[in-house]
Design a protein. Structure first.
Lengths: 345, 345
DNA sequence: CTGGTTTTGGGTAACGTTCCCCACAAGGTG
DNA sequence: CACCTTGTGGGGAACGTTACCCAAAACCAG
C-alpha cells in the first residue's frame, strides 16, 4: 500500500477524453438523459469501466441530485426499526439511491441537528422515523426537501405519512384479553403532555385505543391507566404501582415490549407467576418477544411493509414534488404467545 | 406552508454582501482559518445568524472537507453495536463532524457498495465496524480516506484498529466455568473457512481462546467445538448436537448471546434445566442478556470505550494522515448471571 | 430539391465553497 | 527614514458536475 495515496480521482473529464467525446455527452449517459445515441452509450460505458470512474456525489449535488436518501431514526436500540429499514433498503436496492442513517438520539435538538445536516448535504429525500420533533420542524424540513414521516398520525399538506393503526392494535390486545375472560385489564402508557404529540404520537393513540376498546367490551369501569415511560424501568415502576392496588389487575397491557420486560420483572419479584396470576402483553413484536424463555404476547406492526411504503412514497414525491400528500395506514396483527392465559379462579 | 417552496438557499455570497466583506473573509471565519481579526469574526458571525446561513457541505467537499464521517455497520440488528455508536457520537459531539451510518447488510458486496458510496460523497473519514470484507478491500478504502477498523484483529500499515481481546474473553468464560467445577465445557463457534478471516475475525479468536484456556486449565481432553453460525438457529442446532453426545457437556460456552438463546431453547426442549443440568454462557452482554427472565452469563466488551477510541483515532488520523498506524486492544469483563452454576451431582 | 422537424453532440456558464496568491497597512529594526 | 516583518483583507481560479442553449446532421413530407 502506498502510504501517501496522492493519486487524483478519475473525473468526468478523464472519461470524456478517453472516450473522445464531450463531458456533456458523458453526463447524459450517466443520467440516462435525452440526447445520447445507443453507440454513444456503449462508447462511454466502456470508457467508464476501463477507467473505473465513479461520479462524485458532492459535485453532482451542486447542480442536480446527490442520489442520497437520509433516514432519521431516533433510537438505534429500538429493535423494531431494523424491520422498517429492511423494507426501505429493499425498495431502494434497484435504484441509484444510497441510504444513510442519521442517529437522532431521542431528542428534539438532536433530531434537528441530523435533519439540518441532511439538508446541508443536499440529500434528495428524507424519511423520518417516529420523530419527536414539533410539527413546525417537520414542516420546515419537508418544505426544503421531499419528506416522508413514519409513525406519526397527524397529516400535513407538505409531507406524506406512513403509520400503523395503533388504535386497532390496542383493540386487538384488549379483545384478546377480554376473550380469555379478563375484566381487570390495566394499561401502562408513556406520559405525554404536549398537545400535538398527544394527538400524533403512537403511544398516545395506543392509550386511546385501549380506552375505546375497554368501553366497547363493556369494561369501562375497569379502565386503569398508569403513566410512566416506554422503558424497562417505566414498566417496572408501573407494574409495582398496579400490583399494590387493593384489587390488582389480572392482565397488564404494556404499551411497548420493553415496558413488558419491566412488568415481568416486577411480577416475578412480587412472587406471582405469568400467566398464572397475571397475563402480560406487549407491543411491537420485537426480537426478544419471540425468545423462548420470554415468549411474550405482542402486536406486530408489519415494519417491513411500513418501510417499503415509505420508500415508495418518497420516490414518488421526489419525482413530483407538487402532488398532493398521501397518508398510508397499515393494520397490525396480534401475536399470542405464552404470557397470556385465562385469569385465575 | 408554501407548497412550491422555491426560495433559494442563503449562500456565503449573501453573508459576505450582508456583512460588507469578501466571501474569502467569511470562509476564513467559518473555518477558523488564519487571517481574520476578532472584529471580522464578530461581524461575520452576526451576519450568519441574521440570515440563518448554513454552509453547503457538498460544495465544501469540492475543495476542502465535508465534515462528515461514515460508520459502516454490517448488521443493525446486532444489539452490541449501539454501544459502540454511543461512544462514537459522544466523542464527535463537540466537533463539527456529523456521523452517518451506512447499512452493510452482512455481505462483502453490500459492504463494498456502502463504502464506495461514502467515498463518492467525499466523507472525511470512515469507521468500519466488524467488517467481513477482504483485507484488500479494507486497504483499498483506507488508501483513499482515513479509516479505522473496529473488531478485526489483523493490523495493516494503512488503517488503525480498535478491538476487544477475544482470547481473554474466552478465557474468562472458561475460567469461570472451570472454577464452578465444570470439566465438560463445550463451545459453539461460527464456521469460518477463509484463512484471513480465521486469523482476523473475532469469532475465530474466541474459539482459539477457548482451546487455549481449556488446555491451560488441564481440560484439554474435554475440548469440544461445534461449528454452526452466530444465529439463534445455529445455537439451537449446535446445542442439539451436543446434547445427543454419549457424554453431553455440563456447560456450553456460546460464541455470542444470540447463539446462547438458541441453546436455551434446545436445552428446555430436551427437558433439562438451566443451570441445574447445563450451564450456559454467551458473549457480548447484549441488552437481552440482562433481561430478568433470561439473565444470561455473558462477556461485556466495553462497546462504549471501543467507540470512543475509534472516534478518537479517526480524528487523529484525519489531522495527520502520515502518522504510523495504531492498534488498540481493550479488555472484556465477565458478567456472571443466573445461567451458570456448579455442575450436577 | 426545398423547407421544416427531429436527432445527436458539444460549448459554456453556473452551482457554493476553499485555496493560492497578492496588496496594503501597521509596527518593529537597523 | 529606508527596510523588513507581521497581520489583515480580498481577487480570482479552481473543484466535478449538470442545465441551458445552439449548431450540425439526418430525416421527412410535399
Amino acid at each position: 500500500m502506498e502510504p501517501p495515496a496522492p493519486r487524483r480521482r478519475v473525473t468526468i473529464v478523464d472519461v470524456a477524453r478517453h472516450a473522445q467525446v464531450s463531458t456533456t455527452a458523458v453526463s447524459k449517459v450517466l443520467r440516462n438523459a435525452y440526447g445520447a445515441s445507443p453507440e454513444m452509450h456503449a462508447k462511454v460505458r466502456r470508457a467508464i469501466d476501463e477507467l473505473g470512474y465513479r461520479p462524485h456525489a458532492g459535485a453532482r449535488g451542486l447542480r442536480g441530485q446527490t442520489y442520497t436518501i437520509g433516514v432519521m431514526l431516533p433510537d438505534i436500540r429500538n429493535p423494531f426499526f431494523p424491520e422498517i429499514l429492511d423494507g426501505i433498503t429493499a425498495t431502494l436496492e434497484g435504484t441509484e439511491y444510497q441510504v444513510f442513517l442519521g442517529p437522532g438520539c431521542n431528542g428534539e435538538k438532536a433530531e434537528a441537528r441530523v435533519t439540518e445536516a441532511m439538508i446541508d448535504r443536499g440529500m434528495d429525500g428524507i424519511i423520518m422515523i417516529a420523530p419527536v420533533s414539533s410539527r413546525a420542524h417537520l414542516e420546515h424540513v419537508a418544505s426544503s426537501v421531499p419528506t416522508v414521516v413514519v409513525g406519526r398520525h397527524g397529516s400535513s399538506p407538505v409531507y406524506d405519512t406512513v403509520a400503523d393503526d395503533d388504535i386497532e392494535g390496542a383493540s386487538l390486545v384488549v379483545g384478546h384479553l377480554a376473550g380469555l375472560g379478563h375484566r381487570r385489564i390495566a394499561h401502562i402508557e408513556h406520559r405525554e403532555t404536549d398537545p400535538t404529540r398527544l394527538a400524533e404520537m403512537p403511544n398516545a393513540r395506543r392509550a386511546d385505543g385501549y380506552r375505546q376498546a375497554m368501553r366497547a367490551h363493556g369494561l369501562a369501569e375497569w379502565i386503569d391507566v398508569v403513566s410512566t415511560s416506554y422503558t424497562q424501568e417505566g414498566g417496572y415502576q408501573g407494574a409495582k404501582e398496579l400490583l399494590d392496588r387493593p384489587h390488582p389487575p389480572t392482565a397488564v397491557f404494556a404499551g411497548a415490549d420493553v415496558v413488558a420486560m419491566g412488568v415481568l420483572e416486577a411480577v416475578a419479584e412480587a412472587g406471582l407467576s405469568v400467566p398464572g396470576d397475571v397475563s402480560v402483553a406487549g407491543y411491537d413484536n420485537t426480537t426478544f418477544a419471540a425468545l423462548g424463555p420470554i415468549s411474550l404476547t405482542s402486536v406486530d406492526q408489519a415494519g417491513y411493509e411500513i418501510g417499503r411504503n415509505a420508500a415508495r412514497l418518497l420516490l414518488d414525491r421526489m419525482a413530483d414534488r407538487q402532488r398532493p400528500p398521501v397518508r398510508i395506514k397499515l393494520s397490525p396483527a396480534l401475536v399470542p404467545r405464552r404470557t397470556t392465559a385465562p385469569p385465575p379462579e
